[in-house]
Design a protein around this ligand. Sequence first.
Ligand SMILES: [Zn+2]
Length: 337
Amino acid sequence: MSVTKSRLIQLPKAELHLHIEGTLEPELVFKLARRNGVELPYRDESDLSQQYAFENLQSFLNLYYECMAVLRTREDFADLARSYFAKAKEQGVRHVEMFFDPQAHVSRGVDFDEVVEGLHQAIGEAWTEHGISGGLILSFLRDEPLETAQDVWSKAKERPERFVAVGLDSAEVGFPPGPFAPIFAEARALGLRAVAHAGEEGPPSYINGALDALKVDRIDHGIRAMEDPELVRRLVRDAVPLTVCPLSNVRLGCVQDLADHGLLAMLDEGLIVTVNSDDPAYFGGYVGDNFVAVDSALGLDDATAAQLARNSIRAAFAPTDRKQALLELIDQWEGAA
Ligand SMILES: [Zn+2]
């Protein structure tokens, strides 16, 4: 491994845009399928891996929901997150705020508490075993009937301390954020923070919609903000961080080539950009790999890499003392150049 590559992977960072179901590697899919007696339409791991050529967001989502069928019990969800944290440790990750999609599990007959408690257990273990802090973002599927989101929320709001934030994901185009405003208002009143996927495939107006209707603290993706100079000024003025996912953008065809990615131009505009992996099992790399890929395609000097990492810490919903400790680690990384 080159010096630059290993340095970028070791750079202390937070991951703020990660779907824990999107860390389900083919090996674990088959292991859990055997454990739970789930029939899969693929012969083996390599047959499954060959399905990972996506034309767009929807073609990815179809496979993503299919593989989730192997996740049944609390232990399955804990194992999923444990296997992610073991990888995250090797990628320089010190703090994770992970999305999970409860509607996708409850609709298959999985108990909401099994999901939450399994993930929560693994988050606690990650702190004691790997020194990685973390939290859960309860994410709503915007393309499912609103009542299914309300059902999940009615369970979640009885235990808001289990979550750091609410989020909004899945198919974007045709599903603007407005209908979720009442749930987000309740969540914010309970002390949760709010984020939403917007401006990935959808137009810049969806980003304005998420800010206006949902009062989000961060925008997930947000790359299409660059099409609207007025919106860019708003995001800079209000210091709204964007959780950008470079390899995901290329795999889903939102950006044709990483060399064309606007990430550095976004930084130049003064936007608070962070680098994240989205669904790393499906998109060809974890967060450190995303830093390495961006460096190969666009070039990252130490100062820019450190800035991206500092942005991820400052944009995190972690306690101030934790953030301060992590920012000091980044100073040390930069000083050791
Ligand atoms: Zn995402």
